[in-house]
Write a protein that binds this ligand. Structure first.
Ligand code: PLP
Length: 370
């Protein structure tokens, strides 16, 4: 396997330097939490190796909403990123067929690609509102397909799937004897509904998530994968043990104490997301130069500059980033057309967000000379 840095990482706000950015619409998470605000008691913590699966009480909290998933079905990882890496490198060999939804969180495509897998992309389109047609997706499964990889709610578009469609897809996965990987990192940020934990639907489904996006805790790097399949769990545990043995006890304890108060955190976070989403919706309604398909979950959307405008895209991004010090996630972060940009609306405060959206409008007009 070969490694190469991806634009989404090279150009990420933490690599550019937060101080160089006035309006940060590039994040895909809610506002980062300040440690002191959590009021945690870590005084009794012993800095030992943790259980190789991860702190049992933490895994119990993560499965308590389900009556089929138990702590033994959870493997804690270093962010969802490590879970995705463990799954791809454990299941794929060069030449193996895998179906991946495109566009996507870059790693979901990049890791299988660098392994040398035979990746079949299932392309979502703006014109269809980014909707995922599960029958068309399942039609790509061949004998020997290792897995199908989807992200729900979707990054970068915020597209969701009705639960009935997800269940139908799982049924087709079972019939066709393959596996379904659901990157459900934004799951709890569904607006109208929240999908069930994917791994609860079948032992052929692997779910991946973390505390980074919904809870604003990316700095503790607490992610996990879930599977009911003991053979898969054994394989993934072996991979984890070879890469990092066990997780950080400090991170796991912070995650545990935080999640014990989850209902209160989630209520506050959801109210925050709804208010900020309304700001983006108001801006889009007033901005004739941009088009979008409204997200149905998460804190990102993937609007586009109207393609008929013939805008100089390099000049636009230069003006937006350089002059207005405003960052978004440009299309190339997702190997997509740069008329699109991912706008993250969970992270900035209201004023920073309003300024950032208005800066996009201004940069468009500056470059179009309008
Ligand atoms: C869909 C999705 N999955 C996984 C990740 C990885 O995040 P983390 O490793 O912080 O959990 C991200 C981060 O942007 C993401 O958007």
């Amino acid at each position: 396997m070969r490694y190469r840095r991806m634009p989404i990482e090279i150009e990420s706000p933490e690599q550019l330097g937060y101080n160089a950015i006035a309006c940060n619409l590039a994040e895909s998470s809610v506002t980062d939490v300040r440690f002191a605000d959590l009021n945690l008691d870590l005084s009794k913590l012993v800095l030992m190796y943790s259980d190789h699966y991860g702190k049992p009480e933490l895994r119990a909290l993560l499965t308590q909403e389900s009556n089929v998933l138990w702590p033994e079905h959870v493997l804690m990882t270093v962010g969802a990123a490590a879970a995705l890496f463990i799954i791809a490198t454990s299941l794929l060999q060069p030449g193996d067929h895998v179906v991946v939804v495109y566009p996507n969180y870059a790693t979901n495509i990049e890791t299988p690609r660098q392994i040398g897998a035979d990746i079949e992309l299932h392309t979502l389109s703006f014109e269809d509102g980014w909707a995922l047609d599960v029958d068309a997706l399942a039609a790509r499964i061949r004998p020997g397909t290792k897995y199908v990889s989807i992200t729900l709610p979707h990054n970068p578009t915020g597209m969701m799937l009705p639960e009935s469609d997800l269940r139908r897809l799982v049924h087709m996965i079972e019939q066709k004897n393959t596996l379904l990987l659901v990157d459900e990192t934004y799951r709890e940020m569904g607006y109208a509904s929240v999908l069930p934990l994917a791994a609860s639907l079948s032992d052929r489904v692997i779910g991946v998530s973390s505390l980074s996006k919904t809870y604003g805790l990316p700095g503790i790097r607490m992610g996990w994968l879930m599977t009911q399949n003991p053979a898969l769990m054994e394989l993934f545990l072996a991979a984890k043990e070879q890469i990092f043995i066990s997780g950080s006890v400090l991170d796991e304890e912070v995650a545990y104490q935080y999640l014990r108060e989850k209902p209160a955190h989630l209520a506050r976070i959801k109210a925050d997301i709804a208010r900020k989403f309304a700001l983006v919706r108001d801006w889009m309604a007033e901005e004739p130069l941009m088009q979008w398909a409204e997200p149905q979950g998460g804190v990102v959307c993937f609007p586009r500059i109207r393609p008929d405008l013939n805008i100089n895209l390099d000049a636009f991004y230069e003006q937006l980033n350089g002059h207005y010090k405003t960052q978004t996630g440009p299309g190339h972060w997702f190997e997509a057309d740069r008329h699109h940009m991912r706008v993250g609306f969970g992270w900035p405060g209201d004023e920073e967000m309003k300024a950032g959206l208005s800066n996009i409008s201004s940069a468009l007009r500056d470059v179009l000379g309008a």
